[in-house]
Design a protein around this ligand. Sequence first.
Ligand code: DSN
Length: 452
Amino acid sequence: MTHTTSLSQSDAQVARIISLEEQRQQDKLSMIPSENFFSKAVREAVGSVLMHKYAEGNVKKRYYEGNQYIDELELLTIERAKKLFRCPPDWGVNVQALAGSNANLAVYLALLEIGDTMMGMYLPDGGHLSHGWSHEPKGAPDSSDLVYEGGSAKVNISSKIFKTVQYKTSPSTQLFDYDEVERIAMQYKPKLLITGGTAYPREIDYRRMKAIARKVGAYYMADIAHEAGLIAAGVNSSPVGIADVVTMTTHKTLRSGRGAIILASDEIIKKINRAVLPGMQGGPFNNNIAGICVGLGEAMEYSFTTYAWQVVRNAQYLCRELEKFDFKIVSGGTDKHLVLIDLTNKAVLGKKFARALDYAGIVANYNTMPQETRSPADPSALRMGTPWLTTRGMKEGEMVHIAAWMNRVMVVCSAWGELDFKEFEERVATSFEIMQIASEVKELCGRFPLEF
Ligand code: DSN
């Protein structure tokens, strides 16, 4: 074996795993809203020789020699991000944070002192771990109050080093009650107000949030990880130029490989750059930055705007079709790529339904929901999304089939809703009807092949 031997010749075990994963992606409907399928160009850039180079520091201020081309790449990525997200002229960009949580932590380290208070969305309602999560070790948190102060079990590093307080969605609408968010902010006086998360299907009023932050003297950070591509395309509204800092991951709706981008005023971005390095990371992953750069280039094309509109249309159509089968959609619909289904009126809840759907070839994830009464390990809801299917070229007609298949899966497995998880899975795995649905799903996928 030499340095130039191909993977299939040098490591049959890893080659086999990759080939099986390719087949899985090809044959199933990937509907986890935070996933997408990247172009060959993005994947080529990520797999390139750029991964060999150390580039600690910022453009033209590196601690290692030989970074002429890495500088050029990082600068190009920054310029593309500024253009795509329509940054004000006095805003800067960081593309080095390795992932979304790192990006958020870098913002906290740049803007807060240890022990300061941050205020974000309540995790079970659809917030994100990195916005601060702690809870009492036993029992579900009290769901009657619209504010959550956390508990003694500090789960995320953000809650270990900062005080975290969280606002919930309104129990009647499952939407933000901005007056209530303002009341909570006035009471707790956070130094940082955060919006964004993983399962809020509606647009956020960024101007209102900024006004609340301003009123209490807080910075405002908008985490747009999920909807970054929709914002870039102008399909969702943008917090850029409104919030003090905007963070995002690049691999969800933005379809640009794995990584993160931080946008902020030049003054704030300087602090953030220092928080990323030397604050918490070493050398950036240049190959991932190249993937981001290529993805941003793709997102500037007209076809990406069409794609983003179709992502939302597909999600909205899916909601409509699911409602015909008495699936309850959290907040009554979606403005985005994601759909949260409240299964409390069904015989099978999120965890079992997600597993049954996977056997049927539809890959989603179980999720908590507003007013959740169950554990996050076995919650009431199912979260789905349309970014990947839309990349495959699927449209409204395919959503009709998907909703009907989902209903068939629910009808079949409802009879086993009371079984424990292991027994439930055994029934599902041997069900002729589920196998039949899986083969219909595979046939549909075959008509929208992925190019590996
Ligand atoms: N894991 C991501 C998601 O699925 O939404 C968030 O980090």
